[in-house]
Design a protein around this ligand. Structure first.
Ligand code: FO1
Length: 304
């Protein structure tokens, strides 16, 4: 079994590529919950849903979140009523949030719901929210304190961040399924997700970072940056704002002590020597997964 520390889109694509190369049932994803939000009384888990939809072949590629073939009638009606409509919940996607919220109100955990949704949608990869406790990512910004989705969606991550906090992380418990998946995997993979807001909230749950560090020689990480830029989202900007080099070297430094092998993009080949000097192995390949051939090559590099 291999276990992948996962955020949203980048992780979803890597998991999809991996499940074309090895049996999906041999893959576990430990998924960030720091983006989760309660809106309209519904619990929404963006990273879990992005991964589930992508592995089920139902993802909306254009938006990068939600379901394909989406319609927006409920949001239009809500807007008419003067309700909160800046965080767009499509009509089809709403069914997932209704289902999850009802199950949670009956005493199920996020872990239970993720498993049942995956089964319903034919996804065999094990999708494991890192914790069933509430952990929320918050930003100290020049506009004041913002919740994750206020920062990301409402302000289009176009505001300067001074600090990031994972509220509730210190007292949260990693689930037993997550601890087993981290301890028992033959290899741990860090997906090319945003290090600061997708992977760090996983590492901050007590016990997780320690296991990853102990297993460092079995940890393979894929850089989310190419030529100092992320394919999507604010990874590059946040690294700069929080004092890291805006490059794959900055990402390597962020994960210091946790990674045995780095997979970096061909465009960053010139950085390989500098990274090797930090005592890690480096593989150079195409990390952009837009084409199936490239995704397969990356998946094989991760597994080799
Ligand atoms: N991202 C947006 O940019 N705008 C939205 O209106 C939006 C709604 C949304 C609804 C459900 C869901 O699961 C995800 C949604 N996202 C939206 C993506 C979400 O903000 C993700 O957390 C980020 O893309 C970071 O991974």
């Amino acid at each position: 079994m291999i276990t992948v520390l996962s955020g949203g889109v980048g992780a979803a694509r890597l998991l999809h590529a991996l499940s074309d190369v090895i049996a999906p049932s041999e893959i576990a994803a430990v998924v960030n919950v720091g983006d989760d939000v309660v809106l309209h009384g519904l619990t929404i888990c963006p990273d879990l849903d992005t991964i589930t939809y992508t592995l089920a072949g139902l993802n909306n590629d254009e938006l990068g979140w939600g379901l394909r073939g989406e319609t927006w009638r409920v949001m239009s009606e809500l807007e008419e009523l003067g309700g909160e409509a800046w965080f767009r919940l499509g009509d089809r996607d709403l069914a997932t949030h209704l289902y999850r919220s009802q199950r949670l109100s009956e005493g199920a955990t996020k872990t239970d719901v993720a498993k049942d949704l995956a089964e319903r949608l034919g996804v065999a990869v094990r999708l494991l929210p890192v914790t069933n406790d509430t952990v929320t990512t918050e930003f100290d910004t020049t506009l004041g304190r913002l919740s994750f989705q206020e920062y990301f969606v409402r302000h289009h991550h176009d505001v300067t961040v001074r600090a990031i906090e994972f509220v509730g992380a210190d007292s949260a418990h990693a689930t037993p399924e997550v601890l087993d998946a981290l301890r028992e995997a033959s290899r741990l993979v860090i997906a090319p997700s945003n290090p600061l807001i997708s992977i760090d909230p996983i590492l901050q749950i007590p016990g997780v970072r320690e296991i990853v560090a102990e297993r460092r020689e079995d940890v393979v990480a894929v850089s989310p940056l190419i030529r100092g830029e992320a394919l999507k989202g604010p990874a590059a900007r946040l690294l700069g704002e929080l004092g890291y080099d805006i490059s794959t070297v900055g990402v390597v430094d962020f994960y210091e002590g946790l990674v045995g092998t780095w997979i970096i993009d061909e465009a960053d080949a010139a950085l390989a020597e500098e990274i090797r000097q930090r005592g890690v192995h480096v593989e150079v390949t195409t990390t952009v997964m837009a084409e199936a051939d490239n995704a397969e090559r990356l998946a094989k590099a991760v597994l080799s």
